[in-house]
Design a protein around this ligand. Structure first.
Ligand code: MN
Length: 335
């Protein structure tokens, strides 16, 4: 990369950092939010940036769109106890920061802050991000939003310590599949090394995030994998199954436990695309897609009203189960 293009690539980072530095210097009110049903990257990036800005003098409020419940696997993150519901944040803060949200819709009721805030800053790494907000730090090549936040903290002069590193590592490990996914780059491991050097217990973080579930998980998993359907002739091969928040409840599990199902289903060798339909309380389907590499599921999800990454994406469907799968088959055949 030439010096000129290196500077061009750094420009959004510098612009975003200068907005946040000024907010801290003037003790402005900054509201930060990740996407609805926040995951480790959304929450980790939000909590880390909030703590960094707080240390620099900003008045910080951290929230996320309703429903205001966190999965048990994330509630322990440092700073999570300070999260407030969206109803508790000012309607026109000086600065609003959106983190890990691929579109305004992913901010739910907080999307109005994109216009209502003095300045809105969007920090995200989704390939499908259309570009929104006043200041955009969006890098579709970044493996996680926490890597962009680490850059912001460096630019702001905030030193990484265990508290910040724990939040950043959670997002980094989650979005790279513990450094297994193709989005992992040399600088990803360099950041991980910096985080480990603060003294965080990365083994404990990983166990809490990925390797802990109630016994009922085994029962749910057996039912859901037992009804999986393989359709090798659809696109480059499709494997799909379904469950629901109600079914998770029958096994004594919270609805967010459904998120981990696709990680089991996607190991199917004969199918390039794995799909899990997750029935929501309102009767709609939340659809998770994963690709083994031959299919751009971000494009498929966008065609069906959602978004995401090339190898991991999702959308919502208000059709019944069979019509939802048929619409997906049609997109995959066209892909
Ligand atoms: Mn992410």
């Amino acid at each position: 990369m030439s010096l000129t293009s290196a500077r061009a690539a750094d420009a959004p980072l510098r612009t975003a950092a200068s907005v946040l530095a000024e907010a801290a210097d003037t003790r402005a009110t900054v509201v930060l939010s990740g996407h609805v049903q926040p995951d480790a990257d959304a929450l980790g990036s939000t909590l880390a940036l909030a703590e960094g800005l707080r240390r620099q003098g900003a008045r910080v409020l951290v929230t996320f769109p309703g429903p205001f419940t966190l999965p048990a696997s994330l509630g322990w993150l440092p700073g999570a106890e300070g999260l407030v519901p969206s109803t508790a944040v000012p309607s026109s803060p000086d600065v609003f920061v959106s983190l890990d949200a691929a579109s305004p819709a992913r901010l739910g009721e907080l999307a109005v802050l994109l216009d209502a805030a003095g300045t809105s800053v969007v920090v995200d790494h989704h390939a499908s991000n259309p570009g929104f907000g006043d200041v955009q730090l969006v890098d579709g090549g970044a493996p996680a939003t926490v890597t962009l936040v680490a850059g912001l903290l460096d630019e702001l002069g905030v030193a990484l310590d265990r508290r910040l590193a724990t939040c950043l590592y959670a997002g980094l490990a989650a979005d790279t599949g513990s450094f297994r996914f193709g989005n992992t780059r040399p600088e990803t491991h360099e950041l991980a090394a910096r985080l480990l050097a603060t003294g965080i217990d990365h083994s404990d973080i990983s166990r809490r995030l990925f390797d802990t579930a109630p016994f009922g998980w085994l029962g749910l998993l057996s039912v859901v994998t037992g009804r999986a359907v393989l359709e090798p002739d659809v696109g480059a091969g499709l494997v799909w199954t379904y469950s629901s928040t109600a079914e998770a409840g029958e096994h004594g599990l919270p609805g967010e436990q459904l998120e981990a199902l696709v990680d089991v289903v996607r190991s199917t060798e004969e199918a390039d695309v794995a799909c899990v339909l997750k029935g929501q309380d309102d009767g709609s389907w939340s659809v998770s897609l994963r690709s083994r590499g031959a299919t751009d599921v971000a494009r498929v999800a966008m065609a069906l009203g959602g978004g995401g990454h090339v190898l991991a994406a999702g959308y919502s469907s208000h059709l019944d189960r069979e019509k939802t799968i048929e619409a997906l088959r049609m997109e995959l055949r066209a892909a």
